[in-house]
Design a protein around this ligand. Structure first.
Ligand SMILES: *Cc1c(COP(=O)(O)O)cnc(C)c1O
Length: 423
């Protein structure tokens, strides 16, 4: 039996209707920006395997760091114990995060990083005896699939089975260019009408919504409004973190500092599942008390796994090399040139770029519903050509590993151009 046949027998995939979905592709090895399947067909990984892999697959530098840690101290419980890899991760992150971030809390994936942030926001006010229980989030946000993260997410077909079981969330429009005021007004209104505790947002780029982008000045203003009203702010940098926007963090474009930051995805260079939520001292202080009930009763068995920490440290080393910074600039320049080349094409609605992130919206003659089938057509075309791209409806985006070569990038661009002609 082939791997795909065995898969069908045993496995349940994420975001998959198994009755109607296509057979998954069995990948047997990967290197740099390339993947190979069980028939030895080669694919360019143009979305860094769901945005996690900046430095290339099977990276030797990270693998060596992981091996060394695995054979020194692979794991130890973090309740009542500590270890150097966790402390070093904290020290390295403090150097590169916004200055007000003073405490870090470990978990295992982006959703739990968000879950922790939202629980901390709610308990922060509980500990202070203030009744604030509503979370503000953007329309079409994506913050993950655990319950609080799901409540804050606005992509409705993911969450409709659970309506009525969520924490209170009010949604405000994204301040896309020209529509900033509506977003500011909606935020002021939400704060007036509800007991708002926190505002969670994907800074500058909404990934799962289809790389929807907005300006730093708009986010600046929204955070200011929150601060004037003692509403805590959570920057969900799970997707945007570690260079994707052209700076280390998207929040580096914004003068106002958030109260909390969520990190995962590229945190370990796409190797080991790990996540971190970071906090200001003020937030930590609201839990620091003689009363045990004011503690944060949240934790995961694999909290601060030393092997994951070793991967984080190696990844930050790689990110900070001049070569990697040049790679990010090279890809950005290349994207901007490609954008200029295709944005006036009659079949293109808009194209946009930030850092290594590029997105293009393709026009369809027929209605909205057609985009479902357009998506499948595009996806299959790309796979057939040996390029991994996962369009969101009619939006095709590229988020390559930073080490992708110009030649590979060129193939991704020409494949997209061919696809635009095809649909
Ligand atoms: C992917 C993502 C998450 C969820 O992370 P998981 O590791 O899939 O749980 C949360 N927030 C943002 C912005 C993301 O892109």
């Amino acid at each position: 039996m082939s791997l795909t046949e065995k898969d069908r027998q045993y496995l349940w995939h994420p975001y998959t209707q198994h009755k109607t979905s296509q057979t998954p592709i069995a990948i047997t090895r990967a290197e740099g920006a390339l993947l190979w399947d069980e028939n030895n067909k080669e694919y360019i990984d143009a979305i860094a395997s769901w945005w996690v892999n900046p430095f290339g697959h099977s990276n030797k530098f990270i693998a060596d760091a992981i091996y060394k840690q695995l054979t020194t101290l692979e794991h130890v419980l973090f309740g009542g114990f500590t270890h150097e890899p966790a402390i070093k991760v904290a020290e390295r992150l403090m150097e590169i995060l916004p200055k007000n971030q003073q405490k870090i809390f470990f978990s295992d994936n982006g959703s739990t990083a968000v879950e922790v942030a939202i629980k901390v926001v709610l308990q922060y006010f509980f500990n202070k005896n203030e009744k604030r229980t509503t979370i503000i989030a953007f329309e079409n946000a994506f913050h993950g699939d655990t319950f609080a993260a799901m409540a804050a997410s606005g992509i409705s077909f993911y969450t409709q089975a659970f309506q009525g079981m969520f924490i209170d969330v009010v949604r405000i429009p994204v301040p896309i260019k020209g529509q900033e005021q509506a977003s500011f007004d909606a935020l002021e209104n939400a704060i007036k009408k509800h007991n708002c505790a926190g505002f969670i947002f994907e800074p500058l780029v909404q990934g799962a919504a289809g790389m929807v982008m907005y300006e730093p000045e708009a986010l600046e203003k929204l955070i200011k409004i929150c601060k004037e009203n003692q509403v805590l702010t959570i920057a969900d940098e799970v997707m945007t973190g570690f260079g994707k926007t052209g700076k280390t963090f998207a929040m580096d474009y914004v003068f106002e500092e958030p109260d909390m930051i969520c990190l995962s995805k590229a945190l370990t260079g796409g190797t080991i599942p790990m996540a971190i939520t970071t906090f200001t001292q003020d937030i930590f202080n609201a839990f620091y008390d003689d009363d045990i009930n004011k503690a944060l009763f949240h934790g995961h068995t694999f909290t601060a796994n030393p092997t994951g920490c070793a991967a984080v440290l190696a990844s930050i080393d790689l990110l900070q090399t001049p070569e990697m910074q040049q790679n990010i600039e090279r890809i950005n320049t290349s994207h901007l040139n490609f954008q200029k080349k295709i944005e006036n094409h009659p079949k293109i609605i808009t194209a946009r770029t930030l850092g290594v992130i590029f997105a293009v919206e393709i026009k369809s003659e027929s209605e909205e519903s057609y985009y479902g089938s357009m998506r499948t057509k595009l996806y299959n075309f790309f796979i057939d050509k040996g390029v991994v791209l996962r369009p969101v409806g009619n939006i095709v985006y590229i988020l390559p590993p930073y080490i992708m070569t110009d030649e590979q990038l060129h193939k991704v661009y020409t494949t997209i151009e061919e696809a635009i002609e095809m649909v």
